[in-house]
Design a protein around this ligand. Structure first.
Ligand code: HEM
Length: 321
């Protein structure tokens, strides 16, 4: 009897809901009657997901290479998902800010600690052969990696180190974007020619990246922090979480990633060229790039030593108390 009453009340609520939107409840109930039960595999589109690993060669380890990149891109998407909520948030709630940063840091920690799959998990001989079938594609072309940077900090902080002092928020987005660090990294400095990898990336993604940069102009995660009331800005938990994000994104991930480049591309006599055509030994080190999302959280000395070593306490969040 109680059940019947409950169902009656649910139906009358549904009637209200559909009436308000000019819809007919009875048709929706028919839909419910004919609908198949939901399954796990349909819900997460498992068949589609597992059909996306398509190697271009017959070397078995190429599949590992594809999958780890795909897993990383999914984590990048999780990071962006949290960043977008932070940027959209108007509440200035400290707990919300810290919780979003905590999630982002836990995604980075998963990526950083699992990089061994790339560093140790493939045969070098296979890698050096199948990579020739992948030219000129490179992780350098990861648009989500670039978006994470644009959501985190204003473009003037992403200018190539050699000319960062010459730019400020007074410059137009388009101008700043032209001088972003990764463009220089993929340009032959003697001829000024861009690598094909960069040209293709620019053609595909410039409009989107510029649109995002304009959308978050004056409202990046760094701006969100700077616009908090003073007592919140001084909160130790918040400062630690922001620094952790900065160091995970701009030092620790980079150093693990460079570990892969060294394992596969270093030779006793000279280095093997990168598929993306950069001079990778000069381009990749975080101490050369010196990308810092939240520069005013550090001392001059910390900035001078940026990226010279892995920031170890970040690998063990329990040490952060
Ligand atoms: C065997 C494994 C790997 C090697 C040898 C490697 C090598 C390289 C090299 C040499 C570069 C410099 C650009 C170029 O000239 O191509 C680069 C850039 C990059 N790679 Fe990888 N990579 C590996 C795995 C990955 C994975 C799993 C990801 C995940 C998405 C990734 C993402 C990136 C990104 C985002 C950049 C640009 C970094 C920046 O601009 O600072 N790489 N990689």
């Amino acid at each position: 009897m109680e059940d019947k009453e409950r169902i009656k009340s649910q139906i009358s609520k549904l009637e209200e809901k559909y009436k308000d939107s000019g819809q007919d409840l009875s048709s929706y109930l028919d839909g419910l009657l004919y609908q198949r039960y939901l399954t796990y595999w349909d819900y997460i589109h498992l068949d589609t997901l597992l059909s996306l690993q398509v190697p271009r060669t017959h070397f078995p380890d190429e599949e590992i290479f594809i999958m780890y990149h795909q897993i990383t891109e999914l984590y990048f998407k999780l990071i962006l998902h949290e960043q977008k909520q932070l940027v959209d948030d108007k509440s200035q709630s400290l707990d919300f800010f810290i919780e979003k940063l905590r999630r982002i840091n836990s995604y980075y920690q998963a990526l950083i600690s699992s990089f061994g799959i790339m560093i140790k998990g493939m045969e070098r001989e296979q890698f050096l052969q199948y990579r020739m079938a992948l030219l000129p594609a490179s992780g350098f072309q990861s648009a989500q990696f670039r978006m994470i940077e644009i959501y985190a900090t204003p473009l003037e902080n992403l200018i190539h180190l050699s000319e960062r002092n010459e730019f400020s928020s007074d410059h137009k987005i388009e101008e700043l974007y032209e001088h972003i660090y990764w463009k220089k990294g993929a340009t032959d400095l003697s001829t000024g020619d861009k690598t094909l990898t960069l040209k293709q990336f620019e053609y595909r993604y410039t409009p989107r990246l510029i649109r995002i940069a304009k959308q978050v102009e004056g409202n990046t995660i760094y701006h969100k922090y700077l616009s908090l009331p003073k007592e919140l800005r001084q909160n130790i938990g918040l400062i630690e979480a922001l620094k952790q994000l900065d160091q995970n994104a701009n030092i620790n991930w980079q150093l693990m990633h460079m570990g892969s480049a060294h394992r596969y591309l270093r030779k006793d006599s000279g280095d093997i060229e990168a598929t993306g055509g950069t001079n990778w030994k000069e381009y990749l080190p975080p101490s050369f790039q010196k990308i810092v999302f939240f520069p005013n959280l550090y001392t001059e000395q910390e900035l001078d030593n940026w990226g010279k070593q892995r920031v170890d306490h970040l690998f063990n969040p329990d040490k952060l108390k």
